[in-house]
Write a protein that binds this ligand. Structure first.
Ligand SMILES: Cc1ncc(COP(=O)(O)O)c(C=O)c1O
Length: 427
């Protein structure tokens, strides 16, 4: 595995960040045992070996610091780069109305709340944001958290117990796996978007009191959409519950950006709870659960991140509220996002790249081999295009990829620049 980073097509280029991102750490002779009783055990060996090799080859692709605002163009490594892996789907990061929302919130409430939501951390701004999310999503109520990750932990761990089980799509986000661990439930995974496999899992496994099916609305590594109408049928057939993480769907799919239910034109009653992030199309940080009134009241008292962790900070709440209002006032951003995503996806396909299952602004360029992806990301940076590699274990072994995300701020002209770089790499 380690040696794979040596000499993939041979070319090594030096850029400032890749020159030495760990300040010489990997150039020193070190003796580490990685024994099973060491704090850094065998799992660390793999991380250290791969990181060292990537640094040595000058292709370490992560944590490249942005030297200013994010957007379609960023400054990193001392130069301007076209950023094509940001979750800012609606192109709202840096929008003055969003900044104003954050600044006004700081002026009125300060930078933090000094408490958890349950205690002294609730402000009327949180309540306004939650009412706005619930109204947009069409649920009775919504709760906010300091991240989408925390929202997922909150939902699963508060509602379920070790005698219950979760049936999770195998491509679902890591936070959902961690949520199941925290809840202590038994976890069964079905093959991605495969209804036969979902059936099989529901028929097998240890007996459980309650079963919760959990899926993502839009899958963040592949850019495809969950088969929600069929999943609802299965949920009804087996008498279980359903939770959808709409982090990459809210503000992205559906005629008005309401997410997966709107995309399929489905009534909301069949989904017990929605979770999501406000660090994607909603240009802030934070997460939410949108659900029924009774579940909402229960979660306010039983969800650990609501009770034992600081409230979403006011500037993040102010920015999220502003973002949500812009989404509703300017639905044309969704059309623009779709056009740009279709343009890039078609262009990449035309060049012969494997864009997998993508049907949304998340567009993987699947190369298969980890080192090939790291080298390709480096070559793209050399050509002025900044994209994120996604390697095993974030995706199955042998399906390493560049994960591109189009935003409404990417014009066709800008995307032509990206396509030109991809074209050069095919030559
Ligand atoms: C599907 C999904 N759920 C949850 C999260 C976590 O959201 P956050 O970054 O707000 O913690 C992510 C983050 O990328 C995600 O892709």
């Amino acid at each position: 595995m380690i040696s794979q980073f040596n000499g993939v097509n041979g070319r090594q280029t030096g850029a400032r960040h890749s020159d030495d991102p760990f300040n010489g750490f990997f150039s020193q002779e070190k003796i580490a045992s990685f024994g099973k009783n060491d704090l850094l055990d065998a799992r660390a060996r793999r991380v250290f070996d791969l990181t060292a090799r990537a640094c040595e080859a000058g292709v370490y692709p992560y944590q490249i610091p942005l030297e200013g605002r994010s957007g379609p163009w960023v400054v990193a490594d001392g130069r301007e780069l076209l950023l094509l892996s940001s979750y800012d789907y609606l192109g709202l990061l840096g929008d003055p109305r969003v900044d104003e929302g954050a600044i006004n919130a700081i002026r009125k409430y300060g930078a933090g709340t000094g408490g958890a939501r349950m205690l002294t951390g609730t402000t009327d701004l949180h309540q306004e944001l939650e009412a706005e999310i619930a109204a947009f999503k069409g649920t009775d109520t919504a709760l906010t958290f300091s991240s989408g990750y925390a929202a997922n932990l909150a939902a699963v761990s508060a509602l379920l117990a070790p005698q219950d089980r979760v049936i999770l799509d195998s491509f679902s986000h890591r936070s959902l796996v961690d949520a199941c661990r925290l809840a202590g439930v038994s976890l069964q995974r079905f093959r991605h978007n495969d209804m036969e496999s979902l059936h099989q899992e529901l028929r097998s496994g240890a007996p459980a009191n309650r079963t919760l099916i959990v899926v993502d609305g839009v899958y963040s590594m592949d850019g495809d959409i969950c088969r929600l109408p069929e999943i609802i049928e299965v949920k009804k057939e087996f008498g279980c519950f359903l939770m959808v993480d709409d982090s990459h769907a809210l503000g992205v799919i559906g005629a008005t950006g309401r997410g997966t239910d709107e995309h399929f034109d489905l009534p909301l009653d069949d989904i017990d709870l929605w979770t999501g992030s406000m660090a994607k199309a909603i240009p802030s940080t934070g997460g939410y659960i949108a659900t029924s009134e009774e579940l909402g009241i229960f979660l306010q008292h039983a969800a650990s991140p609501y009770v034992f962790s600081a409230a979403l900070c006011p500037p993040a709440a102010g920015a999220a509220l502003a973002g949500l209002k812009i989404l509703q006032a300017q639905p044309e951003r969704l059309e623009c996002l779709k056009r740009s995503a279709d343009f890039l996806r078609d262009g990449l396909r035309g060049l012969g790249y494997d864009v997998g299952l993508s049907e949304t602004p998340v567009i993987p360029v699947i190369l298969g081999d980890d080192p090939a992806v790291a080298f390709m990301a480096k070559r793209l940076r050399d050509l002025g295009v900044f994209v994120s590699p996604v390697l095993f274990p974030a995706v199955p072994l042998g399906s390493a990829r560049l994960r591109l995300c189009v935003t409404a701020a990417h014009s066709h002209e800008t995307l032509e620049i990206a396509l030109d770089a991809f074209r050069k790499l095919k030559q």
